[in-house]
Design a protein around this ligand. Structure first.
Ligand SMILES: NC(=O)c1ccc[n+]([C@@H]2O[C@H](COP(=O)([O-])OP(=O)(O)OC[C@H]3O[C@@H](n4cnc5c(N)ncnc54)[C@H](O)[C@@H]3O)[C@@H](O)[C@H]2O)c1
Length: 701
């Protein structure tokens, strides 16, 4: 027995499953046997007493979980950080543990109220005493970690728990003697797994698989080379034996009903203090401001989800609720993250939602100079579709050429500082590129109540009276097309070949002829199919009138390409009288610019198809500039491409039969995008009908 090692335990005289605060307790209320629990606890007590000294705390009626002494607090030397339980069901244990620690002469630190931390259940020393692994995500708050670092003078490594079954760190993670680690990786997020891998070399990591994990093999007590646990598979025992550990099994299934086992039932109260003081924690915290229809539009929920999903934690410092329906609300939220990189990741997403990352008014953007053409600094800020402003020399300036997935280059001209969006490939040596998230804000239109939920209209889907809803959205689009035309605005259409197969070509032609379309974007296919239909009456060999395939019709496709190649271009074929109808004929005749971007699937291609993709992207960008509306008609590839280069503020209408495509395209968080799930041919025919109605002269009406 090693007298220098001491544990605190509590007999299960009042143990039972009285409530549900973890998934293990579900269905187990009052299903545990006190006698069996006592017997099992004594089994564990005996084994531990054979190898260490055991102190006891008096069980208390009404506090069934007091038996899990691991949650009393976290001890190092003669200092203890007392637990602050997350659930009210356990908060009454705190004074009992506090009294015990004080009676033993410990210096007791207490965390601020409302800052949960569940002791050695969520904080485990590396057995060499080099650092403290601290869990968060379910019970303990990340914000408690800096206190642990300060009070215990240790380096704290924060680990985020992801699986509710492993709600405390000690249920899935057990540091062992000599720097070994027994753990269940799926219980952690990827950042935490990376951190573990950085600190613990592969030969020291003993990975537990799910069957052992759910038997609480990681909830083990380690005393030198002995590992005491509820149950272990033969392979785990062998693995541990291989590196010099002996497993002692002792059944604890009565306690598993409450979500605890060997480690939970004990608290090691002798943890050696390292002489070298290293109080550090990678933890960071920042305050953000959010303004808008925070509740109605769900913005506050989304912001808080971004923080927790990203691995951070938050505290709402202020919330000013707008009192009128139209008035906006304001919130100030403190965001904390376990590392600088996670903080930046979370903050950039919050900036997308319109948050200001640093409400301090004195923060300019940080920049780094490009040292190689076409390559940005590591930490460059990635732009979004939202109008963005950066703070340079104390002034907020609007970005030029806003688009998604670019970098921000800051420079000077005669009038002062300027900032522009720049694709990575266009960066030049010497450019000053914005890094980090300071001094950046996006300007977003306030989203109104239920605005987001009404953005998708389903026609083919099983929605209630969805047919009428598509008609309604078509009415609105027709009205806007009409308005844009009367104001000499710009409508850009992106179209895929399905427009032709579904008989929508004639309608699109009409829109072009009648001046509703100012530019057409697509791939090789839409043009080939349109021209094939115009020259031969088929589309990919299908007779468009009769809806049947024509013998040898598949050759039509290549013949159409060949004819245009011979003419030199689509425009030349029109001039030579070869092409006399169709979408592209109308584009040429009515001076509507079009751009065809090539792809690996393309047959031919047509001479007009731009196979240099960088040139094609530039051409698309040129044609999109100044658009008031973009109609995306059944082409995922080209629509996504266009979506990425379009700034917020341009109305986008996406029509596709596949709801997933519509969601992907309209889910840019932009209030201006509308998705319509329907057949594109039908959509176009409804649209021209509606425009006809709008154009009926007053007298006739
Ligand atoms: N012969 C050729 O050269 C040839 C042929 C086909 C495609 N391509 C090229 O391949 C690339 C991708 O082609 P794409 O744009 O056709 O494919 P895509 O997969 O990007 O998009 C087709 C979209 O149409 C939707 N759709 C299907 N039926 C519909 C209907 N009835 N109503 C509404 N939506 C419907 C689908 O859900 C899908 O999202 C393009 O660049 C294209 O030019 C070339």
């Amino acid at each position: 027995m090693s007298a220098s090692i001491r544990f605190l335990m509590c007999s299960p005289h009042h143990y039972d499953v009285d409530y549900v605060i973890n998934p293990w307790m579900e269905g187990n209320i009052h299903k545990s046997s006190r006698d069996r629990a006592l017997e099992q606890w004594q089994g564990l007590y005996q084994i531990i007493a054979d190898h260490a000294t055991v102190d006891l705390i008096k069980p208390q009626p009404g506090w069934p979980d007091l038996v899990f002494t691991a949650n009393a607090g976290l001890v190092l030397g003669d200092t203890v950080v007392l637990s602050r339980f997350f659930h009210p069901e356990r908060q009454g244990e705190e004074p009992h543990f506090k009294t015990w620690f004080e009676e033993q002469g410990f210096t007791v630190h207490e965390l601020p109220k409302d800052l949960p931390f569940e002791g050695a259940g969520d904080a485990l020393f590396d057995r060499e005493g080099r650092y403290l692994w601290a869990g968060y995500g379910f019970r303990s708050e990340l914000d408690s970690h800096p206190y642990l670092a300060e009070w215990l003078d240790v380096e704290v490594l924060s680990l985020r728990l992801m699986d509710e079954r492993f709600y405390h760190l000690d249920t899935c993670f057990c540091p062992l003697t000599d720097g070994y680690l027994l753990y269940y990786p799926p219980a952690f997020d990827s950042y935490s797994n990376r951190l573990i891998e950085l600190r613990v070399p592969p030969e020291k990591r003993i990975i537990v698989d799910e069957p052992d994990a759910v038997n609480f093999a990681c909830n083990a007590v380690n005393i030198n080379r002995i590992v005491i646990m509820n149950r272990a598979s033969d392979s785990l025992k062998q693995q541990l034996a291989h590196v010099g550990f002996q497993v002692l099994e002792t059944p604890l299934d009565e306690f598993l009903k409450a979500g605890g086992a060997a480690k939970c039932l004990t608290l090691r109260v002798t943890e050696p203090v390292l002489t070298e003081k290293v109080a550090t924690v990678a933890y960071e915290s920042r305050t953000i401001k959010l303004e808008g229809h925070l509740l109605d539009s769900g913005l506050i929920n989304r912001a808080l989800d971004v923080i927790t999903d990203g691995g951070g934690s938050f505290q709402v410092l202020n919330f000013d609720l707008g009192v009128q329906r139209q008035s906006t609300s304001r919130a100030e939220v403190r965001v904390s993250a376990p590392s600088h990189s996670i903080m930046e990741e979370i903050l950039s997403q919050l900036i997308d939602l319109g948050a200001i990352a640093n409400p301090r008014e004195d923060q300019d953007v940080a920049t780094e100079v490009v040292v190689k053409d076409g390559v940005g600094p590591d930490d460059f800020y990635v732009t979004t579709i939202y109008p963005t402003e950066v703070r340079v020399n104390g002034d907020w300036i609007r970005l030029q050429g806003q688009r998604m997935d670019g970098a921000i280059v800051v420079g000077e001209n005669a009038e002062g500082a300027i900032a522009r969006c720049c694709l990575l490939r266009d960066l030049k040596e010497g450019d000053r590129v914005v890094v980090g998230v300071d001094g950046i804000r996006t300007v977003r239109k306030a989203e109104a109540r239920d605005q987001r939920s009404s953005q998708e209209f389903s026609f083919m889907g099983a929605g209630v009276s969805s047919e009428r809803r598509v008609e309604l959205v078509v009415e609105q689009i027709a009205w806007e097309l009409q308005k844009i035309r009367s104001q000499n605005g710009k409508v850009v259409v992106t179209a895929g070949p399905v427009v032709i197969h579904t008989g929508g070509g004639v309608h699109l032609s009409r829109l072009i002829r009648e001046g509703y379309v100012q530019a057409l974007l697509g791939g090789n296919a839409i043009a080939v199919h349109d021209i094939e239909q115009s020259l031969m009456g088929t589309s990919l060999g299908m007779d468009m009138q009769r809806g049947i395939s024509v013998r040898g019709g598949h050759r039509h496709h290549l013949k159409a390409i060949n004819i245009i190649r011979r003419a030199g271009s689509i425009a030349a074929a029109v001039e030579q009288g070869i092409l006399t109808s169709g979408i592209f004929y109308d584009c040429v005749r009515h001076n509507v610019d079009f751009s065809l971007a090539g792809s690996i699937r393309d047959d031919g291609p047509l001479p007009d198809t731009q196979m240099d993709l960088i040139a094609a992207q530039a051409d698309y960008a040129r044609l999109i500039t100044g658009a008031d509306m973009i109609l995306m008609l059944s082409t995922m590839l080209h629509s996504i491409g266009v979506g990425n280069m379009t700034p917020a503020g341009v109305k986008m209408v996406c029509v596709d039969i596949n709801p997933a495509v519509v969601t992907k395209l309209s889910d840019r968080g932009s209030v201006e995008s509308v998705g319509v799930v329907t057949d594109v041919g039908l959509f176009l025919s409804l649209l021209v009908q509606q425009l006809d109605k709008l154009n009926v002269p007053q007298a006739v009406r």
